[in-house]
Design a protein. Structure first.
Lengths: 296, 248, 368
């Protein structure tokens, strides 16, 4: 039985459609990423799967149970970390963990092995108030709290938003550890570059899933030629490329311009165009971000 | 594009809160037309430094000049010559696009004719003709962001400060937003971006990375990547932060 | 049960760690009772009065002299007819008019009693009340001295009329009012804010997705406030008793039981408010407008209900504090038992049931 099965889920809030016909499945012990910008519907989808919302249409089963009828079972067996860290800022690190252990009728000692690696990194601060922790430490504490009852499935809603790069990197390696324990992880993020850390991803935009695949699979579907152009003056070159008839898309990407020419122009024509405009360029491989935009 | 005219000049900037040193001898220059990234983790001291640069607080010691003005003596004049936009935007959600433009134009003392021209131009470039009389709260995030930025530079400031401007938007909107930033820089407006998102950092022409109150690295992204043998700014940042952890 | 106590302990920690909450919870009752208490017990000196003497005999002269000699009053004006009373008050300076009936002295001797009317400007009710009390005391004093001298059994019964505020209920009015106000604020406002805070911080989502039942969450939230509100009730009653010498004529046990019932009512109201508000700010505003203002303005705490226009009087019937204030007044000041306040008690019980029912109906096991 797959831990998460969503079938044709739609969700409307008054007249706005937050989710439209979402279907997907998550395998056991998989890190499944929902990747998309704010407003794509990631949080709404999470809340439907973890029983906080009822879909307008469609059904979902989590851990083999129906999300509407068997919500109590699901609530006992999943861990959830909402978008904002769900900690009590006036309680200490240890008190927060203890509280969540108590409401799940367990204790820190009982499940220490699961959280040990994560909790060890903040244990030195166990008497500090959660409100005085840095973003990265809050994130580790929130994850420990979500894991304290040994859930079979973990929902992490934008766990890396507002967290610095170092903590983000550490966080992803923790998730890979948890996967070894057989825990299925559903994680959402607005950062395209984090897609690579997932086993499979669903790219979401305006309530739709545009594609579901392994990160490499998504990139391999990009069926255009992509060039990185390195001009002297990025803005001028961008205007030039945008107005050129050869161009399919041209966008700033870091210190370069990611340029996709139309399919019906040959290599020679492209070379000629670049030379005549005095532009340095090289063939580049697309990243998830480029693929995401091509699908939009 | 960047010239040699200094818009921000900082020498030995120190800011202390009691025993805590938030800014420890900062030294950097930002040139006219630069897109300058001011990076650092949360709590590294970015916000403290920006408040000083915007004339909202005084440094404990050091020399700071913004737009050629001394921040100790000419704070009020500095405020007239800067623009500011934060991630939360400063737009009034209950007012229409047009009303927001009028309001901010009025604050910066634009005359009625200038204001009308600037407003029309802005709406045209942002392609908001159909949304002119819509409530800002109903616009998509990306549009609000572009509008907020355009309003922040409506009075043609010498420099605009952007505080984590593109968190959470889709990649297309983000790239369009950076296009606006490059456009502003092309007009000669200096852009000062603070962020802890390293993918935003890739778009800056020059940048500095703050760790625990000090500037640990400063230069062009390419040079910094080469120097630290890293493939991305994220790696550079992680290396610097790790180094700091080990030594402290 | 362990889960429930874990929750209650957490709530107590929230309360004890936030010094602002602590100040509101324990400082507010003391501050309010002191402020109201000292505002009301202002002393009177040199209050200007007028006399309308229909007798102009020796007795009335002696009474007026006694009044002015007391130091509390200054005779400002001698009126000639009833018509002048209204304009005199409207001029604003005169605080009280004393009217002696016809043949005052003669009646006192022949019939053993005489008519005296005291009219006070009760637009400032507290001052008016004090003035009347002082005047009555001085007249009583004079009557007693008459009796001692002439060995006769004469009484002067002053007929008191409170102009503009006919039913001033007594200076102790503020104690029942403060108990009602503090209990409803502590219980309803604080619980609604603390539940709204969990929603605002996002912790409610995690609590919902846990084995905790809604009853655990709600009871865990209110339990600490039952204790705190009860301590507040006792504090105010005892401060009233010891600092302001408010009598406790009736049963203390009954008073405490009624207070507890009122606390339950307020808590259920607080929970109901919290089901309707998603942020602390909203909870705060609803509490302020739904609790604070009505309690102060529409419960008879400061403005007597009898003087309100009919439609406003009708509204006061849906203000729970109104009933509680009646109960406390009866027990504290009149010493009556449950037999006299069962209707009001039943009303509060009714509100409790209503709010609990509404809360249960509105409490969501999901986010919508």
């Amino acid at each position: 039985m797959k831990p998460v099965i969503a079938e044709n889920i739609s969700k409307h809030f008054k007249s706005t459609a937050a989710l439209q016909h979402i279907s997907f499945e998550v395998d056991k012990a998989e890190i499944f990423g929902l990747i998309g910008p704010d407003g794509a519907g990631k949080t709404t989808l999470f809340r439907i799967l973890n029983t906080l919302l009822i879909p307008t249409e469609g059904t979902a089963s989590v851990l083999g149970q129906d999300t509407i009828r068997d919500y109590k079972y699901i609530r006992h067996h999943v861990g959830y970390m909402p978008g904002r860290f769900s900690l009590y800022e006036d309680l200490s690190v240890e008190e927060n963990l203890n509280f969540y252990a108590t409401i799940f009728q367990t204790s820190i000692e009982e499940n220490y092995s699961l959280i040990e690696k994560i909790y060890k990194q903040i244990e030195a601060f166990k008497d500090r108030k959660a409100g005085n922790l840095s973003g990265g430490m809050k994130q580790k504490l929130a994850l420990s709290c979500a894991l304290i009852h040994k859930p079979k499935l973990l929902f992490l809603d934008e766990p890396t938003t507002g967290v610095d790069a170092v903590s983000r990197k550490e966080f992803w390696s923790m998730l890979k550890d948890l996967k070894q324990h057989g825990i299925t992880i559903l994680v959402s993020t607005p950062y395209m570059d984090e897609a690579e850390q997932c086993d499979r991803v669903a790219l979401m935009q305006s309530g739709h899933i545009m594609d579901i695949d392994k990160p490499a699979g998504i990139v391999s579907k990009f069926n255009h030629r992509l060039f990185a152009v390195y001009p002297e003056n990025i803005y001028e070159a961008l205007q030039l490329l945008k107005t050129s008839p050869i161009t399919h898309t041209a966008q700033i990407f870091g210190q370069s311009i990611h340029w996709v020419p139309k399919e019906n122009f040959s290599e020679a024509e492209i070379l000629n165009f670049m030379h005549s405009n005095n532009l340095n360029y090289k063939v580049d491989s697309p990243n998830i971000e480029d693929c995401f935009m091509e699908m939009m | 594009m960047a010239t040699q005219e200094k818009i921000i000049h900082v020498r030995d900037l120190v800011k202390k809160f009691g025993n805590f040193t938030a800014n420890d001898h900062l030294n950097f220059d930002v040139y006219k037309g630069d897109i300058y990234g001011f990076l650092g983790a949360n709590g590294a001291g970015k916000t403290t430094a920006i408040k000083i640069l915007c004339g909202l607080s005084y440094p404990t010691s050091g020399t700071v000049e913004v737009a050629g003005l001394n921040i100790y003596k000419e704070r009020e004049n500095i405020k007239k010559d800067i623009g500011y936009m934060s991630q939360k935007f400063s737009l009034y959600e209950q007012l229409t696009v047009q009303e927001n433009i009028r309001f901010y134009g009025g604050i910066y003392g634009l005359k009625k004719k200038e204001l009308n021209e600037a407003g029309n131009h802005m709406i045209e470039t942002l392609q908001l003709q159909n949304e002119r009389h819509k409530i800002v709260g109903d616009l998509p995030l990306g549009w609000k962001q572009k509008l907020a930025f355009s309003i922040a530079i409506m009075h043609n400031p010498c420099i605009v400060f952007l505080d984590e401007p593109t968190g959470g938007v889709d990649p297309k909107t983000r790239r369009q937003f950076w296009e606006l930033i490059y456009q502003a820089a092309d007009r000669g407006i200096t852009v000062f971006v603070t962020t802890h998102y390293m993918d935003e950092a890739e778009y800056c022409q020059r940048l500095s990375i703050m760790v625990d109150g000090r500037i640990e690295a400063l230069g062009k992204p390419e040079d910094l990547k080469n120097e630290h043998a890293a493939g991305s700014m994220e790696e550079v940042f992680i290396k610097l932060a790790r180094k700091q952890k080990e030594t402290s | 049960m362990k889960r429930f106590w874990g929750f209650v302990i957490k709530e107590f920690k929230h309360i004890f760690r936030d010094y602002r909450t602590m100040i509101i919870l324990f400082g507010m009752p003391v501050a309010q009772i002191l402020i109201f208490g000292f505002v009301i017990t202002n002393d009177i000196k040199d209050a200007e009065i007028a006399v309308l003497d229909h007798s102009k005999d020796q007795t009335t002269h002696e009474i007026v002299n006694k009044l002015t000699a007391s130091g509390y009053f200054i005779l400002k004006d001698n009126l000639e007819s009833e018509k002048e009373i209204e304009p005199t008050f409207q001029s604003g300076k005169i605080k009280q008019v004393i009217i002696f009936g016809n043949d005052f002295g003669k009646k006192l001797v022949s019939e053993g009693s005489a008519d005296i009317q005291i009219i006070a400007d009760a637009s400032d009710p507290n001052t008016a009340n004090l003035l009347v009390n002082y005047t009555s005391a001085i007249i009583r004093d004079y009557t007693m001295s008459l009796n001692a001298e002439k060995t006769m059994n004469a009484t002067i019964v002053p007929e008191v009329r409170m102009l503009f505020n006919q039913s001033l209920d007594g200076a102790y009015m503020f104690i029942p009012g403060i108990i009602a106000l503090i209990l409803i604020l502590v219980s309803a406002m604080m619980t609604s804010i603390t539940i709204a805070r969990e929603k605002e911080m996002g912790t409610m989502e995690v609590l919902l997705i846990s084995p905790l039942r809604p009853t655990h969450i709600i009871m865990g939230k209110v339990a600490p406030y039952i204790v705190i509100a009860f301590i507040n009730a006792i504090t105010v009653i005892f401060m009233g008793f010891f600092v302001f010498k408010v009598p406790l004529e009736g049963s203390l046990a009954l008073l405490l039981i009624e207070s507890l019932l009122y606390i339950f009512m307020s808590l259920s109201l607080g929970i109901f408010i919290s089901t309707k508000s998603n942020s602390q700010q909203v909870a705060m505003f609803i509490s302020m407008f739904a609790l604070m203002l009505p309690t102060v303005l529409l419960s008879g705490f400061i403005f007597p209900i009898e003087n309100m226009p009919g439609w406003l009087q009708a509204i006061t019937y849906i203000m729970p504090p109104r009933y509680f204030i009646d109960i406390v007044k009866n027990i504290l000041l009149k010493g009556t038992g449950l037999a006299f306040v069962w209707k009001e008690t039943l009303a509060i019980l009714g509100f409790t049931v209503l709010f609990i029912a509404l809360s249960v109906k509105n409490f969501k096991i999901r986010l919508e």
